[in-house]
Design a protein around this ligand. Structure first.
Ligand SMILES: Nc1nc2c(ncn2[C@@H]2O[C@H](COP(=O)(O)OP(=O)(O)OP(=O)(O)O)[C@@H](O)[C@H]2O)c(=O)[nH]1
Length: 281
């Protein structure tokens, strides 16, 4: 299963690119960085040797001084430079690995709830600023406990991992898929109107119901279905209100019989009869 990329220009948790000398070396790449550090140290040591020699007496500046000033750095500097560059590379790799651990769900490799919430806030702010639509879809696998009970927890895990692939396969590249916990997933759909999000949710529901989860053990795993709740961002609304509405819609889909999508438009949010006013598809 392919992963959604971590480097996203709208990523609110993206770390700033290193600047200063560290940034310059990183941008150069390892080989050029070693050459650059070597040249710099040769130029520096030759300049210091010349300056020291000239300060004393030009005649005293023996060729041997210059030879040493060139030879020593050209041997020592590449070694030191490769150590520095290797160390920087290792720090960068560890930093990325830590970031992956912090932001991704281990089982499905989707983003986790923490990342989803941060992106939700950022996308809500952007949608209000640019006056563009934004929708959220909550997806909860139906009767998932049965799979665990009947086929074991590992089989349940296999189903979740497979569904993550189905989710990524049915979303647009700039949508964001996350596992919010347990058997619950979420999708953030920037630029999607409620109508478009409903259509996306329907496609997703059908894809989940049609998915053939690879056999786990002797017998194939059962088909699964999911209940989906969709909501679209209302004027002045914040991320948690949008999410709460998508959650309510998802529970309405559950109580309405499962394997269905329910959407809740923003205007309905303050209506006490909220579940009565949902639109099931
Ligand atoms: N295999 C596996 N099971 C999990 C994981 N996280 C949560 N679960 C299980 O998911 C099940 C969720 O069960 P319920 O909340 O009762 O929901 P459900 O059976 O899907 O029923 P409905 O949502 O009402 O359709 C529980 O049995 C949890 O133990 C996980 O990472 N792996």
């Amino acid at each position: 299963m392919s992963e959604q990329p971590v480097q996203d220009p709208t990523d609110p948790l993206a770390e700033p690119a290193p600047n200063g000398w560290r940034g310059a070396l990183m941008r150069m790449g390892p080989r050029r960085a070693v050459v650059a550090i070597t040249l710099l140290s040769i130029v520096l040591s030759v300049s210091i040797t010349l300056a020291a020699g000239l300060a004393r007496d030009p005649v005293e500046l023996a060729w041997i001084d210059l030879t040493i000033a060139v030879t020593v750095p050209s041997i020592v500097a590449p070694l030191a430079a490769s150590m520095i560059v290797t160390l920087m590379h290792e720090v960068e790799v560890s930093r990325r690995a830590l970031r992956e651990l912090a932001l991704r769900d281990d089982l499905t490799r989707l983003y986790n709830r923490r990342y989803f919430m941060a992106r939700l806030q950022a996308e809500v702010a952007r949608a209000h600023r640019e006056q563009t639509p934004l929708a959220v879809c909550m997806i909860d696998v139906d009767h998932f406990k049965r799979i665990n009970d009947e086929r074991g927890h590992a089989a349940g895990d296999a189903v979740l991992a497979h569904l993550a692939g189905v989710l990524l396969g049915s979303l647009r590249p700039y949508d964001l898929a996350a596992r919010c916990g347990g058997e619950e997933f979420a999708a953030l759909l920037p630029g999607a109107t409620l109508r478009e999000a409903e259509q996306a949710a329907q496609r997703l529901r059908q894809a989940i119901a049609a998915a053939r989860v690879p056999a786990f053990g002797a017998t194939p795993l059962p088909h699964v279905t999911a209940s989906l709740g969709v909501s679209g961002l209302g004027p002045g609304e914040d991320g948690s209100a949008l999410l709460t509405r998508a959650d309510r819609a998802m529970y309405a889909a559950k109580t309405g019989g499962r394997n269905r999508c329910v959407s809740l438009p923003a205007a309905v949010v303050r209506d006490p009869q909220i579940l009565g006013d949902t639109q099931a598809t």
